[in-house]
Design a protein around this ligand. Structure first.
Ligand code: ARG
Length: 458
């Protein structure tokens, strides 16, 4: 098999080495970008008169045909050619003969692979961002549909305070928005063109890198050729952002799994998104959510794998760097699939509103409101906390609801309690009273829903 580097070698490469070092099994995914970068390279070489305008046009025309084949999936990859660059180069030679040898001028696979990968990454960031946005939209719709539903909010997975379900759904939307911002930020550093750095030192030929950047849609050109071929920070940054995203999805999945369990009984997963048991005929399992929860492990693992791979690598390019791709691709693919299936799952989720009512009728969810009540009447917060703590202990010893405490008894706990205290003991009132900015009352939620609708429309 023709190599891009074979002439100084007298011996044939050992077949084990060929197999071991081959990357075509995964870097074929870069083919589209390799061809686009090659088209730009040929155009630049022609414009700079490094090759003739005629040769440039011939190369570009053949590459455009290959680009179509790649996009249609009809391009045949030769698994014996070591990588995607060799594949494209060999296919070009097959098409147009000797002229093809002029394409790989003033470039190396080192700056080429970095360019391909950045182009791929930029498109993938846009992809992931649009999938995140879709999930945000779905969550906003779900919140809007269930705007009246009140559920217990949890800390330490213990009943804490009554909240609106929509408020928690909008919490997920906030989390996802930070993921969007992290990806946008990573995009800026991804958007720097390495092509023209050649192997590591630049080139003696009169290339025009700004023209390449313009053709390829990069907003900046790398300023140091050594850094340009050794840098994979953009991969690590994206994987870091994706790790946090996958952690967010995992936490959401966990909430949904809990809510869908019979013990909570709040969430109804559509049957088409559940799976069964081969042994227990009654089972209806949330496997999709469990896989989303588990995806985070894969994504963290990939980040850690690459941080470790890059640790201690001398500048500039080293072959170790080839292994950035399987880890990177794998994370992007698992998140893309996870986001897609999560969105569809949420779209057909139902809420058991009777159960929500039942669970949020726990009067102890209003204990903190009693503390605030006393504070409003001038009692110091920690004093009020102590008083209400005693009231809670009293009801639990006597197996009473708070609303069953008679008026005289309230007075014994604190002279500040009046009859209006009974009005505090329901989840609806409790939620409505949380009017601080960012709190769970309906006005806040309505405002946030309309803000998100506007923001996500863009
Ligand atoms: N397959 C290599 C990679 O993915 C391409 C660059 C190879 N360059 C070299 N000098 N061996 O990193």
């Amino acid at each position: 098999m023709a190599k891009l580097w074979g002439s100084r070698f007298k011996k044939k490469t050992n077949s084990l080495v060929e197999k071991f070092s081959s990357s075509i099994g995964y870097d074929y995914k870069l083919a589209k970008y390799d061809v686009l970068a090659s088209i730009a390279q040929a155009q630049m070489l022609g414009k700079a008169r490094i090759i003739s305008v005629r040769d440039s046009a011939r190369i570009v025309q053949a590459l455009r045909v290959m680009l179509k084949q790649i996009e249609q999936g009809s391009f045949v990859f030769d698994k014996k050619a070591e990588d995607v660059h060799t594949n494209i180069q060999n296919a070009l030679k097959k098409k147009i003969g000797q002229v093809a040898k002029k394409l790989h001028t003033a470039r190396s696979r080192n700056d080429l692979v970095a360019t391909d990968l950045r182009m791929y990454a930029k498109e993938e960031i846009r992809n992931q961002k649009s999938k995140i946005k879709y999930l945000q939209l779905v969550l906003v719709e779900f919140a809007k549909k269930n705007i009246k539903v009140i559920i217990p909010g949890f800390t330490h997975l213990q009943h804490a305070q009554a909240i609106s379900l929509a408020h928690q759904l909008l919490a997920y939307v906030e989390m996802l928005e930070r993921d969007q911002q992290r990806l946008s930020d990573a995009y800026k550093r991804c958007d720097v063109l390495p092509l023209g750095s050649a192997a590591l030192a630049g080139t003696t030929l009169p290339i025009n890198r700004n023209y390449l950047a313009k053709l390829l849609g990069f907003s900046k050109v790398s300023a140091n050729s050594i850094d340009a071929v050794s840098d994979r920070d953009f991969v690590l940054e994206i994987l870091s952002a994706l790790s946090i995203l996958s952690m967010h999805l995992s936490r959401m999945a966990e909430d949904f799994i809990l809510w869908a369990s019979p013990e909570f009984g709040l969430l109804e997963l559509d049957e088409s998104f559940c799976t069964g048991s081969s042994l227990m005929p009654q089972k209806r399992n949330p496997d999709v959510l469990e896989l989303i929860r588990a995806n985070a492990g894969t994504v963290y693992g990939n980040l850690l794998a690459l941080l470790t791979t890059f640790k201690g690598l001398p500048l500039s390019y080293n072959r170790d760097m080839q292994l950035d791709k399987p880890a990177f691709f794998n994370s992007l693919e698992s998140l893309s699939a996870g986001l897609e299936v999560f969105s569809e799952l949420v779209k057909c989720c139902g809420i058991n509103s009777n159960q929500a009512l039942m669970l949020s009728s726990d009067e102890l969810l209003c204990a903190t409101d009693l503390v605030d009540y006393l504070v409003r009447k001038g009692v110091a917060f920690q004093e009020a906390h102590k008083i209400v703590g005693k009231i809670v202990a009293f009801t639990q010893e006597r197996k009473l609801f708070l609303s069953e405490i008679p008026p005289e008894k309230w007075k014994q706990f604190s002279g500040r309690f009046e009859k209006d205290v009974y009005g505090l003991l329901n989840a609806q009132a409790s939620v409505e009273a949380k009017r601080s900015f960012g709190g769970t009352c309906l006005v806040n939620i309505k405002r946030e829903l309309s803000n998100w609708k506007k923001r996500l429309k863009k």
